[in-house]
Design a protein around this ligand. Sequence first.
Ligand code: ADP
Ligand code: ASP
Ligand code: MG
Length: 401
Amino acid sequence: MALIVQKFGGTSVKDRSRIFNVARIVANTRNAGNDVVVVVSAQGDTTDDLIAKAQEITNSPSSREMDMLLATGEQISIALLSMALQEIGVSAISLTGWQAGFVTDRAYSRARIKRLDTERVESELARNRVVVVAGFQGLNRSDDITTLGRGGSDTSAVALAAALHADRCQIYTDVEGVFTADPRKIPKATRLKEITFDEMLELASLGAQVLNNRSVELAKKYGVELEVLSSINPIPGTIVKEETKVEGMLIKGVAKDDNVAVISILGVPDVPGMSFKVFSLLAQRNINVDIILQSSGTDGAKDLIFTVPLDDAESALSLLQEHKGRFGGGEIKVDKNCAKVSVVGAGMQSHPGVASRMFEAIGSQNINIHMISTSEIKISVIIDKADADRAVAAIHDAFIQ
Ligand code: ADP
Ligand code: ASP
Ligand code: MG
């Protein structure tokens, strides 16, 4: 008998018929003689709707209350799915994140899992029940509800699979696996049979929301092989693992991230320690800085230009404005109309000319590049948001036949 963790995203449980569809998948797995732990997300657009509800009340909700609110979405799903399982004759019990033992740090809205106490889940499994766990949520040490960040149910599932030493972790979603680009935007995108943790981590971090990046980080750390597959179309999906057999494929995928803002601090004194002053300030507030450009100093001053998540742009801006005296008091600008487009593939390490081919594809569309960043397995550019979909299509055409 194997232990299988199955995670179902929002679209997969969006209404009555989808919930029964999921219940049947779980029942089939159970009836084949497996123990099953199920992780579910909030139904359909519930999380977005809850965010909108909060915005009807205030522009700056307390992060604690926001997590209290958002965690309710997953709680609806676990109860309904457990009822559906019971309705079709499968013994099941729902558990909230905290009942399932998720202990997190205090960072509301982006909490990290610190510990996972699996006794309750294990005792329910021992009673021959399917355990249905609410994704995306945990409890901090003050017993306050936290959430793990958007797409966090993937992370809940991988964490459970790792802690329970599950034999398989299946991420069921609304597409048939991981594709060479978002299949909803690029109809020519093809499904990958396999992808490495490193490549998937880059794709996820660079905007391919099919898997949450922290879930991939965790899967790599604990060696949890993932299978991404459709809850609607029962065909084999994509396996995410340490090493893949398919070699020589230069580029595995093209990703777009709209959640990007560019901040420019002009006229920073060209003296040691200035970058530290700026970026330590942002780090203290947990704001992730991604691409950084620094102009060469002229007349004793330089410009610092960097990207932050769009969601954090306003708080970064007000923080920098408040402390601008510390780094020269120059003008601070923010551009929210940009996007990051990236190519990812371990194969590019050994193939020169990937960057030039990418820039040629972007140039052929008459699209201007504002910033460039490269690593061993990816190249990213910052361009205008309005150009991003066209850029993805052109780059996909250039690399993937
Ligand atoms: P779930 O609700 O199941 O967690 P998500 O909406 O979070 O689903 O992720 C699935 C979506 O990710 C797909 O509907 C697809 O539009 C998008 N996506 C973006 N990039 C990719 C990619 N490279 N491969 C597959 N899907 C992708
Ligand atoms: N419901 C949460 C979200 O929409 C978590 C998840 O779906 O994984 O981000
Ligand atoms: Mg998701």
